[in-house]
Design a protein around this ligand. Structure first.
Ligand code: NAP
Length: 233
């Protein structure tokens, strides 16, 4: 059996093309479910994942998690090495840098270098705490409601993309946004906000991706399907 570590559109696309069990972390109450078998929840670190791979007779793992889900990616690398199971990372390419972007290494660095007063924050619920001490006003968009700590001056917008450029333009204008903060998630589904910011001439702070472990990586679902063919899974 193949294990797909999921939580992304690419993971769902892959699950619709191969026979596999998909794993979701369980962060979202009503997730978009992939085709086929699905399991939900953490494995219990590297040890738990390694044991799960053995117990479920897994022959190959595709880590198609979000580019910022660094913990599960590191765990998958270690567990697959330990158990001797081939691992592939499926990661969509990052955004192509544009003029007016400031690129930073972490969400904390983004919080420390905000070139504006009315911030459109799209880094997600888990990173909100990094902005707790910031005096700026935030429009923070996320899928699930956040928990404190968070900035004092904030409006939370619960929404799940994809969004159109027109949606994003209207939102940024309505809230008089003067800076956008985003992770370098990549992908066409999440780039409308960047187009809108560019059209409005707004500065954009982009958080760079965490590094990958030394593992084979591909950028497309087609490549992952072929790899699974050659991995004999
Ligand atoms: P993370 O920090 O890398 O992982 C934290 C822990 O969550 C892992 O140690 C693991 O628990 C569990 N986990 C994460 N992904 C899992 C999966 N696919 N299946 C089973 N357990 C998983 O991950 P995260 O940043 O919290 O992201 C969680 C999920 O949301 C991922 O599946 C990711 O693809 C998706 N997501 C993340 C972002 C983001 O910005 N980080 C954005 C969109 C979607 P155990 O150690 O107990 O195994």
């Amino acid at each position: 059996m193949i294990l797909i570590l999921g939580g992304t559109g690419e993971a769902r696309a892959l699950a619709s093309r191969v026979t596999a069990v998909s794993s979701l972390a369980g962060r979202v109450r009503e997730p978009r479910l992939p085709a086929g078998q699905v399991r939900v929840g953490g494995f219990g670190g590297v040890d738990g994942l390694a044991q799960w791979l053995r117990d479920n007779d897994i022959h190959a793992v595709v880590d198609a998690t979000h580019p910022f889900a660094a913990r599960i990616t590191a765990n998958a690398f270690e567990a697959c090495q330990r158990v001797g199971v081939p691992l592939l990372v499926l990661r969509r390419p990052g955004f192509t840098p544009r003029p007016g972007w400031t690129r930073v290494d972490s969400v904390a660095d983004a919080a420390a270098a905000l070139p504006g007063e009315r911030v459109f924050l799209t880094t997600g619920r888990q990173d909100l705490a990094e902005f707790a001490g910031c005096p700026q006003w935030f429009l923070a968009r996320m899928v699930e409601p956040p928990e404190p700590p968070m900035p004092q001056r904030i409006e939370v917008l619960l929404a799940r993309g994809p969004f159109t450029v027109e949606d994003e333009l209207a939102l940024m204008r309505e809230h008089r946004i003067d800076v956008l903060v985003t992770k370098d998630s990549g992908g066409a589904m999440t780039s409308a906000k960047l187009d809108a910011a560019e059209r409005l001439g707004l500065p954009v702070v982009v958080v760079r991706r965490p590094p990958l472990p030394p593992v084979e990586a591909v950028a497309t679902v087609d490549e992952a399907v072929s790899w699974l063919g050659t991995a004999g899974a």
